[in-house]
Design a binder for this molecule. Structure first.
Ligand SMILES: Nc1ncnc2c1ncn2[C@@H]1O[C@H](COP(=O)(O)OP(=O)(O)OP(=O)(O)O)[C@@H](O)[C@H]1O
Ligand SMILES: [Mg+2]
Length: 380
């Protein structure tokens, strides 16, 4: 890790102008990576955990960071609160360049960037109130002010009655509420979450996501979440950044990235989390019951296209006797728009099925499963 200089450079005001409530999508970036690189020293030249990343996160936005294990997500996010400093390039957070900060600047930065974790990272020997008040103690708040602030925070996250309990006495969802209250104690403009709901059941996950949405809407907090859960992306993220081998390979509004992934790695990731297509194993099982041609039809936002698809299927059924049976599928809402695909078995004379597929293709991408004997092919 590069040593920070002792001198305090002029990095602007303690709280950047873009971090407060009222800033929304369309606002200036509050986090900017420019050629940001993090190489961990080691044998054989070390590990390039983050590699030449240019990325802007706008104030008031909720950004998801996704990608396979080892892609560099945690390292990227830890660069935002200067737990990792870039070995090349820059990371600028609310007007401060992290690599140029001294002790005092780092403290101010970290007070403005809260963080929550998958395993909650609470002090087991402190009460809920003690955990939430801890960062305020470090920041030198008086006992009186701390008490009032902790009470306010516990009310906000909905566990006012748990102040005197210890973490071991709480459920996972309650522990994460403590984590969120603690992260918000110093009123940070930015909140980082590293797989913060991965240890929770689906219902509790929804509760915690609703709380994060409230944090964003009511406090104007910019939120960056690392996740492998589609639920998290679809229910809270405005934009998503996809990482592979240290690089951000795609970044944009959630619907755009998921509906139209450009990179093969993004496409693989999107398919694996949408689960809207049959896996090779599922396809093999489907073949046993559905010997006809199996095609997967993509479903997108445009309602006109969807009714056109129904019309095509109906017309070919009545006019040419092609029977279409729904055998698999999944459509979900993302940014209030439908996204997914439906897999059909088409049974009928070969040329009639060909004509139907050609007609469907005029409206939406259609992928055909490979013939029996080679069922593992997954079309792009
Ligand atoms: N402190 C460190 N020292 C050396 N190598 C590290 C360190 N931290 C991370 N790495 C390496 O950097 C790469 C990226 O790691 P990182 O933890 O950022 O990935 P990730 O995308 O968060 O993965 P996961 O989804 O498993 O949490 C990995 O190859 C990892 O082994
Ligand atoms: Mg990680």
């Amino acid at each position: 890790m590069a040593a920070a200089p002792d001198a305090e450079p002029d990095t602007g005001p303690d709280t950047g102008p873009d971090t407060g409530p009222g800033a929304g999508p369309g606002a200036a970036p509050v986090i900017s990576f420019r050629g940001a690189t993090k190489v961990f020293a080691g044998p054989r030249g070390g590990v390039r955990a983050v590699d030449d990343v240019d990325l802007d996160v706008r104030a008031g936005e909720i950004t998801g960071v996704i990608g396979y294990s080892g892609a560099g997500k945690s390292t990227l996010v830890r660069m935002i609160n200067a737990l990792e400093l870039p070995t090349a390039g820059t990371v600028t957070v609310a007007g401060r360049e992290t690599g140029a900060l001294g002790e005092r600047g780092l403290r101010a930065l970290r007070a403005d960037v809260g963080m929550i974790f998958q395993q909650f990272n609470l002090f087991s020997s402190r009460t809920v109130a003690g955990n939430v008040g801890y960062p305020l103690r470090i920041a030198g708040w008086s006992r009186e002010r701390r008490k009032a602030r902790v009470a306010e925070l516990l009310r906000f996250v909905g566990i006012a009655d748990k102040a005197r309990q210890f973490p071991a006495q709480l459920s996972g969802g309650q522990k994460q509420r403590v984590g969120i209250a603690r992260a918000l104690a110093t009123s940070p403009g930015i909140l980082l979450a590293d797989e913060a709901t991965s240890a929770l059941d689906p219902e509790t996950t929804q509760d915690v996501l609703a709380l994060l949405r409230r944090v964003n809407a009511e406090l104007g907090t910019t939120i960056v979440v690392i996740t492998h859960e589609m639920e998290v992306v679809s229910s809270i993220c405005d934009t998503v950044a996809v990482m592979e081998q240290g690089r951000v390979i795609e970044h944009g509004p959630v619907y755009d990235v998921f509906a139209d992934p450009r990179e093969p790695a993004t496409r693989r990731f999107v398919h694996s989390v949408l689960r809207d297509r049959p896996s090779a194993e599922t396809l093999a099982r489907l073949r046993e019951h559905f010997p006809g041609r199996i095609v997967t039809v993509r479903v997108r936002a445009d309602p006109g296209t969807r009714s056109a698809l129904s019309d095509v299927l109906t017309a070919h059924a009545t006019e040419r006797g092609v029977r279409s049976t729904i055998v698999y599928g999944g459509i979900r809402e993302l940014a209030d728009k439908p996204l997914g695909s439906i897999t059909f078995e088409l049974a009928g004379p070969d040329d009639a099925v060909d004509a139907l597929v050609a007609d469907l293709r005029r409206h939406t991408p259609v992928e055909e499963a490979a013939d029996r004997g080679d069922p593992t092919e997954e079309a792009g």
